[in-house]
Design a binder for this molecule. Structure first.
Ligand SMILES: [Mg+2]
Length: 167
């Protein structure tokens, strides 16, 4: 039952992702979490490395969409700069915003990946819809207090459990 929380892939940074492998798997769309995945939470722009990486993704033909639990002004501003469509106030892991994002990239769930830094929002939500889920080590931005207080502690416990079970 805990498999619903388990990412299909675990990477330490975005540029590490093997895009050819994703293409081979038949993936065509990629949903991207915003804060601490492609931009440090609390900062106003993506690093040049991440911008290059996003261009590379698009160059490979992937359709992108940002899916963020953050508020509209921040998400719209950043998405506008990156020229990537976005869903904000997403309430991940609830499904509604995932369906909205799938509508924007126009790919089926099994052709779509989600990349995010949180198990209980990005990975759980993605797994519920049958997306290809990719967990990335968070960028070093300051975190929402609820994330710190609840999600990160629970993630640690879950990861310790997986290690024990040698998942
Ligand atoms: Mg995040």
């Amino acid at each position: 039952m805990l498999e619903i929380f388990y990412p299909r892939l675990f990477i330490s940074s975005l540029p590490e992702l093997d895009l050819k492998h994703l293409l081979k798997l038949g993936l065509k769309g990629i949903l991207l979490d915003l804060d601490n995945t492609i931009i440090m939470r609390g900062t106003e722009s993506c690093s040049p490395e991440i911008i290059d990486w996003l261009n590379e993704l698009q160059g490979c033909g992937f359709k992108l969409c940002i899916i963020s639990n953050n508020k509209s002004a921040r998400v719209k501003m950043l998405a506008g700069e990156l020229k990537v469509p976005a869903v904000y106030y997403a309430f991940k892991p609830f499904k509604r915003a995932f369906y909205q994002a799938l509508g924007l990239v126009k790919t089926a769930p099994e052709e779509t990946a989600i990349i995010g830094d949180q198990i209980f929002t990005d990975i759980l939500g993605g797994n519920r819809l049958g997306l290809f889920t990719i967990l990335v080590v968070p960028l070093n931005g300051k975190e929402h207090w609820l994330t710190r207080l609840i999600n990160r502690r629970a993630e640690k416990a879950l990861m310790a459990y997986w290690r024990k079970k040698q998942f």
